[in-house]
Design a protein around this ligand. Structure first.
Ligand SMILES: *Cc1c(COP(=O)(O)O)cnc(C)c1O
Length: 366
């Protein structure tokens, strides 16, 4: 079977060299030298400051909410964050897990990112934050969202799990928001097997987060505040460092494959309208079909031909029972029913891409 994604494995030789160093130092975790090196190299590569490595992308979100002092209650009622229903479940579940109520606003039908016009009507006295997602590596309308955040005094935390290496108007997209979080899960463009990072706008928030990820401990005999364990270890950092050497090539290959798919499928499927001022990282190849039944037919037809495509993102998170949601986000629900992501990974063969394109075109009778 052709998988929908395949984790990129670094050169064994390079990885082994880092592991040799770990064996020599016998320093395995707690802000070790490789974690420090990866922090520095990622800041340079991405062109950002105040980056903190953490153990995964979900904890990156949770730590960001805490470091930015999003409270659990406002006047005795649960605090709220306005977020998108069209994303991976962790964007919302991380809020809920922290006692913050996710309140959904619908997405833009073309860019599939949170629609700024839907944010203000969802704001209440309890609203403390906006948590948008740069979905599939597209950029949200960051300027409009910043204006709303400033006007209503709300913190903005971007879930940028899909946006590794994406530039907006010539600078890192991760510079937008009070914080932007990354996931370095094995399925992402850049990974450390499990892992993640937070990019903070302000150094003081970074400093607070550093304490939070290490139990709130600040010295051999001082524990300043309530913390948790969200540290990255040296083996994770070793994988990241070895992959970072190859990342330009990985992104180039993915970007080319995505462009090839998009050029050929332009007339057959609805594609995501990307922001005109961003660079692509080739993270995903999402396509929308005319109806759910057409999508289901195509998924099974692809499967018969040895190809795995995935319904992603589905279901729309405003339909999850464990989130006390009261709104129905029509656009997100509609798109979630008709969308799938096609296989993409660095080593994907163009012959297979051609096969997938042929299947989709034939099934649609064009
Ligand atoms: C992958 C992902 C996450 C979660 O990251 P983990 O590292 O798997 O915890 C969060 N949000 C989005 C949008 C993601 O795609």
């Amino acid at each position: 079977m052709i998988p929908v994604t395949k984790p990129y494995l670094p050169s064994r030789e390079k990885f082994d060299k880092y592991v040799d160093g770990i064996y020599e130092r016998e320093w395995l975790t707690n802000n070790g030298p490789l974690v420090q090196e990866l922090t520095k190299r990622l800041e340079e590569y991405l062109g950002v400051e105040n980056l903190l490595l953490v153990s995964n992308g979900t904890l990156a979100l949770q730590i960001a909410y805490r470091a930015l002092n999003i409270p659990e209650t406002v006047c005795g009622k649960p605090a709220e964050a306005i977020t998108t229903p069209f994303t991976f479940v962790a964007t919302s579940s991380s809020l809920k897990w922290e006692g913050i109520e996710p309140v959904f606003a619908d997405i833009d039908p073309d860019t599939w990112c949170l629609d700024p016009n839907k944010i203000e009507p969802a704001i209440t006295e309890q609203t403390k934050a906006i948590v948008p997602v740069h979905v599939f590596g597209n950029a949200c309308d960051v300027e409009a969202i910043e204006e709303i955040g400033n006007k209503h005094n709300l913190k903005i935390i971007y879930d940028a799990a899909h946006a590794f290496g994406v530039n907006y108007k010539g600078e890192s997209l991760l510079k937008w928001g009070d914080a932007a979080t990354l996931s370095f899960h094995a399925t992402k463009v850049f990974h450390t097997i499990e892992g993640g990072a937070i990019v903070f706008k302000r150094k003081e928030d970074l400093d607070k987060a550093k304490k939070l990820i290490s139990f709130g401990i600040t010295g051999s005999e001082t524990i300043d505040e309530l913390g948790i364990n969200a540290k990255m270890n040296e083996f994770q950092a070793a994988v990241g460092l070895a992959i970072l050497d190859d990342i330009n090539n990985v992104i180039k290959k993915r970007k080319d494959i995505k462009e090839y798919y998009n050029d050929k499928l332009l007339d057959t499927c609805v594609l995501q309208k990307m922001h005109p001022f961003i660079t692509s990282n080739g993270a995903y190849v999402p396509v929308i079909l005319n109806s759910e039944s057409e999508l289901m037919d195509l998924l099974s037809y692809l499967k018969v031909n040895g190809v795995t495509a995935r319904r992603y993102f589905s279901p729309s998170l405003d339909s999850l029972v464990f989130i006390n949601n009261i709104t129905i986000n029509k656009i997100s629900r509609d798109i979630s029913k008709r969308i799938m992501c096609l296989p993409i990974y660095e080593s994907l063969d163009y012959e297979i891409v051609d096969l997938i394109i042929r299947i989709i075109k034939n099934k649609n009778g064009s």
